[in-house]
Design a protein around this ligand. Structure first.
Ligand code: ADP
Ligand code: MG
Length: 234
């Protein structure tokens, strides 16, 4: 049952085991968290602590081995394929450390891609992709390919692509990890704006300065949450 008073995201005793035949890797070993709509959360922790695994599960790119993941009060494991696709493609936008752009496609074409999968007609596709690129300040670079853009600009294209379906949640895995400080700052400014517009942002980072932009910092270690702190930000 969905319930307006429930948190946006609620996970209980979430585990993920990667079965490599001879060895099994316990990437998540019982994660309990709840995240409210409209919050800005940073997830920190050493390499290998399960941050990416956790984000991938939230984004329905991967399924947990056990435990519960409720989205708006509903158990995600019971979602139909259709509902899952709706969640993945329309309610969640992903931003990756290495941008994950198609190198042969222009900025505009990269941003149009999620709409192409959705069979959105050409004119509407163009208009929405253009709007998303304008929103990230790239209106003068729409016909450039990724290798003709700086790292910061590439990440802006990736953010525009994540925004083109107007998702309520942005999941970002080390979004500033491959950027110089100034470009990283401008991406974080963009996240601030998205947060102010009401988007929920969940961002993995191992840089304290970057995490400092969030309202809440959750630390992972060995597949578990070891600390969870809220901060008041202006
Ligand atoms: P983090 O993002 O915090 O660095 P990950 O979630 O990527 O951590 O990884 C957690 C653990 O799971 C690590 O030990 C990693 O080697 C392992 N792992 C991650 N993805 C896979 C996979 N696809 N197959 C096997 N093991 C994996
Ligand atoms: Mg990772």
């Amino acid at each position: 049952m969905s319930n307006s008073s429930s948190p946006l995201i609620e996970v209980e005793n979430l585990t993920k085991v990667y079965d490599l035949g001879e060895t099994k890797v316990e990437a998540l070993r019982g994660v309990f968290l709840s995240i409210d709509a409209g919050s800005y959360v940073a997830i920190m922790g050493p390499s290998g602590s399960g941050k990416t695994t956790f984000l991938d599960i939230l984004g329905c790119l991967s399924r947990p081995t056990s435990g519960s993941y409720r989205y708006m009060g509903e158990e995600v494991s019971r979602f139909s394929e259709k509902r899952l696709a709706q969640l993945r493609n329309h309610e969640i936008g992903f931003v990756f450390q290495n941008f994950n752009l198609l190198s042969r496609a222009t900025a505009l074409e990269n941003v149009e891609l999620p709409l192409l999968y959705d069979r959105v007609p050409y004119r509407e596709r163009r208009r929405r992709a253009l709007d998303a690129l304008i929103a990230v300040g790239l209106e003068d670079r729409i016909h450039h390919r990724p290798n003709e853009l700086s790292g910061g600009q590439r990440q802006r294209v990736a953010i525009a692509r994540a925004l083109v379906n107007n998702p309520s949640i942005i999941l970002a895995d080390e979004p500033t990890g491959n950027l110089d400080t100034a470009s990283g700052e401008s991406i974080l400014d963009l996240f601030d704006q998205l947060h102010q517009k009401g988007h929920t942002i969940i961002m993995v980072t191992h840089e304290p300065d970057v995490a400092g932009r969030a309202q809440r910092i959750i630390k992972f270690r060995d597949g578990k949450v070891i600390s969870d702190q809220w901060y008041r930000r202006n």
